[in-house]
Design a binder for this molecule. Structure first.
Ligand code: ADP
Length: 522
């Protein structure tokens, strides 16, 4: 039965107009290196977004046109996040760290008609401009001083002169509102197009208390790049609820992040594990106050259990491990303890929280083995994680090769190998391409990395497969010691046992003999 409810299309227009009416006095801010934060209100944001939309319209942006961004996290970037989709355009956030070849490929493949570029990043775009076939206009956002480059338009001047859009076009909830490319370690990067409906329902799910619980009371700091899975979709959710939002500005360093958390009493700040490892070092040395934080979503790669424990026990901050992908908008699973687990001993609680968690409402998941059989939820059997739901990609953008990532019965194949325990918590053993095949056995690089990073003298550890004549592949650990531990050996070998003398001392004579043909690395 259709038409039972008084419905309207689930588009971002609803969020924006609601925010404009309800949260006019709340604030947004951007870090400006060497100056105090730039601050303005949601009323300013909404007015400037309407002006930007007017400017985009005047430049000929029509429904379905792709609007590219090449920018750090900032309030201007947020203005485009909203102006393009509200007009029916498609926001395409381009990863500023890609090679010139990948950038050219992605921008041409998406067919961006307009590119909004931070002035500080213009030197990356300038040399490839001649190869960008579809871009008609470049808008430069003045995040640094200096004249606007020749051949580009001045973002601020356009906004001043534009007539603001007062009536948004009627959109369909299935219309595209944004797109991102995955970084593509094999083959070309693949594009994922998000619908208004996908982002709408994703934001509702993300803001639930049992999820990340983002609310009007939060002070959000955006460190996850706005070009990485749309900063995990938080800039959309933040506007939906009218939260205070602070943007990290150009290339924020651990000290900038710790200073902003302390000064602005940030309550919500997500980042990948390597960022939290670097911040930990600084906070341990200099004692920043992180106590305002209510929620740290951590994901993008596995959060070592030792890191979760340290933040909670030493800094009093609870991290929330989560799993997601560009293809899943990105919310997939969240590792929150169920109420009855709170009473469990530390050991067990942290073991659960170090897993990637159970499915968000709206997301269905299963693990499937190489024979195509669903594996049991026993916490032991491994299979490829497959997911489906209203914000999970259905097909890659103009990419017939990408079809193999989807099963005939309508699930997305994530390429992550997992176990699922009886409580529904998934644990990622590895990405398929990172698993180490030793003899006939699969070895998880993530398990070893977590163990190594629990060592007090280890800062970072990454384990990779290297070819081996007998075992096909063996794991090689690449380790960064903490800076205070100097005077380390260049190389380490693992042996069955250290030879001993008759009285049980290490017999270095025998060892020297064993390793006399050792080839030291260059
Ligand atoms: P990219 O492919 O460019 O890294 P994504 O951010 O979309 O872009 O990467 C998604 C992948 O990151 C997942 O398929 C998974 O392998 C990994 N990942 C994300 N979150 C976690 C996590 N919490 N633990 C382990 N791996 C994770």
């Amino acid at each position: 039965m259709k038409g039972l409810m008084m419905d309207y299309p689930l588009t971002l227009t609803h969020f924006f107009e609601r925010c404009r009416r309800l949260f006019a006095t709340k604030t947004l801010a951007t870090r400006v290196p060497g100056s105090p934060l730039f601050r303005y209100t949601y009323a300013d944001f909404c007015e400037r977004t309407a002006r930007l939309a007017g400017a985009l319209e005047a430049l000929g942006i029509k429904k379905g046109d792709r609007v590219g961004t090449f920018a750090w996290n900032s309030h201007r970037h947020l203005e485009i996040y909203w102006a393009a989709p509200l007009l029916g355009g498609v926001l395409h956030t381009v990863n500023i760290r890609l090679s010139p070849q990948d950038l050219t490929y992605i921008i041409n493949h998406a067919g961006d008609t307009l590119l909004l570029v931070d002035q500080s990043l213009w030197p990356i775009i300038e040399p490839i401009r001649k190869d960008l076939k579809t871009v008609r206009h470049y808008l430069v956002m003045p995040d640094t001083a200096g004249p606007i480059p020749a051949g580009a338009l001045d973002y601020e001047a356009l906004l001043r002169e534009a007539s603001p859009v007062r009536e948004w076009p009627q959109l369909d909830e299935d219309d595209a509102c944004g797109m991102c490319y995955t970084s593509g370690t094999t083959g070309h990067p693949k594009g994922v197009v998000y619908s208004h409906r996908a982002i709408f329902v994703h934001c509702l799910a993300m803001c639930m208390t049992d999820s990340l619980g983002i609310s009007e009371r939060d002070v959000i700091l955006h460190i996850v790049p706005m070009f990485h899975a749309n900063a995990w979709c938080v800039p959309f959710g933040g506007v939906m609820v009218g939260a205070t939002q602070i943007f990290g500005g150009p290339n924020p360093q651990p000290r900038d992040i710790a200073e902003m958390i302390q000064a602005e009493k940030v309550t919500f700040v997500g980042a990948v594990p390597t960022v939290w490892i670097a911040i930990k070092e600084l906070v341990e040395k200099e004692g920043f106050d992180l106590s305002s934080i209510r929620c740290i979503p951590i994901g993008g790669s596995a959060a070592p259990r030792s890191l979760l424990e340290l933040y909670e026990k030493k800094f009093g901050v609870r991290m929330t491990h989560a799993w997601g992908m560009t293809e899943t908008s990105p919310l997939g699973t969240i590792s929150r303890l169920k109420s009855y687990m709170e009473a469990w001993p530390d050991e067990q609680r942290f073991a659960v929280r170090a897993k990637q968690g159970y499915a968000s409402v709206g997301v269905e998941l299963r693990a499937v083995d190489e024979a195509g059989q669903e594996v049991p939820w026993d916490g032991k059997s491994m299979g490829e994680l497959q997911v489906r739901g209203p914000w999970i990609v259905k097909a890659y953008y103009n990419n017939p090769e990408g079809a193999k990532q989807f099963t005939p019965d309508g699930w997305f194949r994530t390429g992550d190998v997992v176990t699922i325990d009886p409580e529904g918590y998934i644990q990622i053993a590895d990405r398929t391409k990172d698993l180490i095949k030793s003899g006939g056995e699969w070895i998880s690089s993530i398990d070893m990395e977590s163990m190594l990073m629990a060592h007090p003298k280890v800062l970072e550890a990454a384990v990779i497969a290297v070819p081996h004549p007998k075992w096909v592949e063996r794991p090689l650990a690449c380790i960064v010691p903490r800076p205070e531990h100097k005077g380390l050996p260049d190389e380490v070998v693992f042996v069955e046992a250290i030879p001993k003398t008759g009285v049980g001392k290490f017999d270095k004579k025998v060892l020297r003999e064993q390793f006399k043909a050792w080839q030291p690395k260059e």
